[in-house]
Write a protein that binds this ligand. Structure first.
Ligand code: ADP
Ligand code: 5GP
Length: 188
């Protein structure tokens, strides 16, 4: 069994820019692979089943949970999300270098189970005001949802000290470069 596989897990409050950063890294570093998680939320326009997520019902999710199919699972904004145990173990054995955004509960659980094979990277917004600006600019959420996201952001940011690395997403190109250096440093 090879030990060279590694899983870079990215967490950040909603609106910080983690999807933007991960999409750029996947384009710029073609060896990176994004694991496909399970979720009970509905697909958004343009999202494809088995590519963006495995979209499943709450009943299917519960059945998989009871069978022990998940290495971690969490509830995020009323939907369930989980990482497949079998998928991650197989990819790590193959030596895959993976990157995926996972919420803070799931990320810390992954670290507990997989130890050094998981590298936790927390992306922080330059300020709470800028975070709110980005959420507003993204134009996806109403006022109440924005407030919920800002409250959740405080709780998530309190977990940042438990991460292996912290990166501030001020200028996007700097954040991407910093994460590339982190990946390089761990990829042996
Ligand atoms: P997340 O995946 O963390 O919820 P997104 O990647 O959707 O966040 O980014 C939220 C919004 O902020 C998007 O409109 C995105 O274009 C913008 N954004 C991302 N990074 C930056 C940055 N460094 N500076 C300014 N705007 C950014
Ligand atoms: P979205 O629905 O916007 O894709 O993701 C919502 C939140 O769920 C994000 O914080 C994202 O990081 C988190 N998430 C995505 N996949 C997983 C997963 O497999 N496990 C956990 N715990 N969280 C996930």
């Amino acid at each position: 069994m090879s030990n060279s596989g590694i899983f870079f897990v990215i967490s950040a409050p909603s609106g910080t820019g983690k999807s933007t950063v991960i999409d750029l890294l996947l384009k710029e570093l073609p060896f990176l692979k994004k694991p496909v998680s399970f979720t009970t939320r509905d697909p958004r326009p343009g999202e494809k089943d088995h590519i963006d997520y495995n979209f499943i019902s709450k009943q299917e999710f519960k059945a998989k949970m009871d069978k022990g199919d998940f290495i971690e699972w969490a509830t995020v904004y009323d939907n369930f999300y989980a990482t497949s145990l079998d998928y991650i173990n197989k990819e790590l054995e193959k030596g895959s270098i993976m990157i995926k955004d996972i919420d803070t509960q799931g990320a810390l659980q992954l670290k507990k189970v997989l130890g050094k094979k998981v590298v936790l990277i927390f992306i922080e917004p330059p300020s709470l005001q800028e975070l709110e600006n980005r959420i507003r600019a993204r134009n996806k959420d109403n006022k109440a949802v924005i407030q919920t996201r800002m409250n959740a952001a405080m709780n998530e940011m309190a977990e940042a000290s438990k991460y292996d690395h912290r990166v501030i997403n001020d200028r996007i190109e700097n954040a991407v470069l910093e994460i590339k250096k982190i990946i390089d440093g761990h990829k042996k």
